[in-house]
Design a binder for this molecule. Sequence first.
Ligand SMILES: [Fe+2]
Length: 151
Amino acid sequence: MADSTTQAITWRADFATGVGIMDDQHRVLVKMLNEASTQLSDTSPLTEYESVVKGLLGYAGYHFQTEEKLMAEYGYEKNKAVPAAEHIKAHRGFAEKVVMTQDQLKAGKRIPKDDLVSFLTDWLTDHILHTDKELGAYLRDKMAQTAAGKT
Ligand SMILES: [Fe+2]
């Protein structure tokens, strides 16, 4: 079987938000999810699950901070209050779910690998395609205005 068919998540052209730093970090997340999927199996020790989940949560937290800083810098919350609030809520909701998963693993409860991987890949795909692309479109517009000297 070719590698591309075994990947948990494949980068797609329509993932691009057009904001370089967001796209670079999304590519890292896609890579991390594929690595997690390759590394884990249903018989992996729970400590291995814990370390994979911890790594993903760490990078996701860093990435969310990057996006939220861009929101603040370009007035997203001020100009687009509802999408901004929903976006931040989505980040918090994801982090809470992953922390719950960590607690479950720490308590010795096994999670089927496919359930974990599909939760993560489905969330990321949906979040990029809708929430992040909406933010990306706003940021590109504001960045273009700034570049053109319209302040
Ligand atoms: Fe986001």
